[in-house]
Design a protein around this ligand. Structure first.
Ligand code: HEM
Length: 497
């Protein structure tokens, strides 16, 4: 009875039970009401778990509007205190603050070893070392340009496969395989042909899919610790089955690399094996880092390209304009090269406009955690609070963007040569699909280069049309770890060259 009475008292506070517990125990609200961030109470004990299922970015945006809390809203996920913003200035304050440089603990991430990789490693020396190694050997401009031939090769394999398709087909599978092969080549040095199935790629793609599903799920026991022993969603069980398979797969590749010392064609495994002194990683940490790179680099790229192609099918006049630019810069007698993209303005504008309307991480994929007490937008935010940014809501806010729901790449084409180009890499929070600040995406330049080049190639080679003139493209979404098209894009193509 006492427990129930306490639960109801906690629930009474704006923001729900987790905020109520904090305010009650610290007597904050009683002394300083201005500390109270507006937000939904949700239900007693569980708080607003309902907001985080299905299309969470839509629900959170609607809740922020109804509470007049677009700048900052508080809510509870069980015992977890959460703040979320739909405002670019407050987003900047959160993401660029050193206080929010940690990630909240997620059981599935720990079980899948991601706490030993960049994404979920606690903020500190180990995380900084990993970021430095990745920045120097995988994401630096020199390394990105040295893998250009690999991206070109995979692009031409995609073109050959698509050219053989008669009638309508789903494009997702081709994009996912291309993206996986690309990451496998950079990370493991393996070079498989897209058209010829092989067991290694099939196996890895299954591991990635399963990991993706597990990490994208809202795990009730992350927020209700008293449920942890029960594993009602079977997430712990599935993680414990997946991890030995990942270990076996990646460890085999590491051991093969150890035997082939002296290899001149250096991939990321070779780089990690060549590190000495304090940078040297244990085999287990190496597995975590390599697995994360494959995991993060594969789906984001494929998901974004599918959205771009969907928009191209839906807006044939915009597709024709990109193709006119491609014909002007490249001509029709040779394939697109990455260096051509530098002379183009409309193709990058299309990519930015799709990132605006369909950010692969509408809530920026992974939240942040306050490592100490701080102030956000004038409100007190205690240590241990989870912070999120609703990038989807920001990019659809009429106070931030003119005609936000209209697909209009022209908005990114500067009218004047003195206009500074809009950067999507994290400096302007009106559109920051790769996050911002210390924990922003380290793969952003590589990801953007791959997406722009592959989309350019696919549009240069083919005209993309709907599979059925009477059924337009369905832009419905499904939110897993990334936000994908709910119904995979089905198309027909006509060769252009
Ligand atoms: C279109 C492509 C991509 C998008 C939209 C994207 C988006 C994101 C976002 C939103 C975050 C969280 C940022 C934050 O908290 O501020 C992130 C983190 C991360 N991304 Fe990406 N990403 C993409 C491609 C890649 C690629 C190609 C790789 C690696 C090969 C990668 C590796 C990572 C890693 C390791 C982190 C965790 C960083 C940390 O916690 O320090 N991403 N990404």
């Amino acid at each position: 009875m006492a427990w129930l009475a306490m639960a109801l008292c906690f629930w009474f506070y704006p923001g729900g039970p987790a905020w109520g517990k904090y305010n009650w125990l610290t007597k904050r609200a009683a002394t300083k009401p201005s500390y109270t961030i507006p937000g939904p109470r949700g239900l007693p004990i569980v708080g607003s778990m309902n907001l985080m299922v299905h299309l969470a970015h839509h629900k959170l945006s609607a809740a922020a509007k109804s509470f007049g809390a677009k700048r900052l809203m508080a809510f509870s996920l069980g015992d977890t205190r959460v703040i979320i913003t739909c405002n670019p200035d407050v987003a900047k304050e959160i993401l660029n603050s050193s206080v929010f440089s940690d990630r909240p603990v997620k059981e599935s991430a720990y079980s899948l070893m991601f706490n030993r990789a960049i994404g979920f490693a606690p903020y500190g020396v180990y995380w900084r070392t990993l970021r430095r190694i990745a920045a120097t050997h995988l994401f630096c401009p020199k390394q990105i340009s040295s893998t250009e031939a690999q991206r070109l090769d995979i692009a031409s394999q995609m073109v050959s496969i698509i050219a053989c398709r008669r009638g309508e087909f789903f494009v997702r599978d081709i994009l996912k395989k291309a993206s996986l092969n690309n990451m496998m080549c950079s990370v493991f040095g393996t070079n498989y042909q897209l058209g010829s199935p092989n067991t290694e790629t099939e196996q890895l793609s299954q591991l990635v899919e399963e990991g993706y599903d597990l990490l994208g799920k809202l795990n009730w026991s992350d927020h209700l610790p008293w449920l942890a022993g029960l594993d009602i969603q079977k997430i712990r069980l599935r993680c414990s089955k997946l991890v030995p398979r990942v270990n076996k797969f990646v460890n085999k590749i590491i051991q093969e690399h150890k035997l082939q010392s002296g290899n001149t064609n250096r991939d990321f495994v070779d780089v990690l094996l060549s590190l000495n002194g304090p940078d040297r990683l244990s085999d287990n940490d190496m597995i975590a880092v390599l697995w994360e790179m494959i995991f993060r680099g594969t789906d984001t790229v494929a998901v974004l390209i599918e959205w771009i192609l969907a928009r191209m099918v839906l807006h044939p006049e915009i597709q024709s304009r990109v193709q006119a630019e491609l014909d002007e810069v490249v001509g029709k007698s040779r394939p697109l090269m990455e260096s051509d993209v530098e002379s183009m303005v409309y193709l990058p504008a299309v990519v930015k406009e799709v990132l605006r309307m369909h950010p692969p991480g509408p809530l920026l994929s992974w939240a942040r955690l306050a490592i100490k007490d701080t102030t956000v937008d004038g409100y007190h935010v205690p240590a241990g609070t989870t912070a999120m940014v609703n990038m989807w809501a920001i990019t659809r806010d009429p106070d931030v963007w003119v005609d936000p729901v209209k697909f209009m790449p022209e908005r990114f084409v500067s009218k004047d040569s003195t206009d500074v180009e809009f950067s999507v890499l994290g400096s302007d929070l009106r559109l920051s699909p790769f996050g911002s600040g210390r924990r922003s995406c380290p793969g952003k330049t590589l990801g953007l280069a791959t997406v722009t080049f592959w989309v350019g190639t696919l549009l240069h080679e083919f005209k993309w049309v709907p599979s059925d003139e009477n059924s337009p493209v369905d832009l419905g979404e499904v939110l897993r770890l990334s936000c994908e098209m709910a119904n995979p894009l089905k198309v027909k193509v006509h060769p252009r060259l």
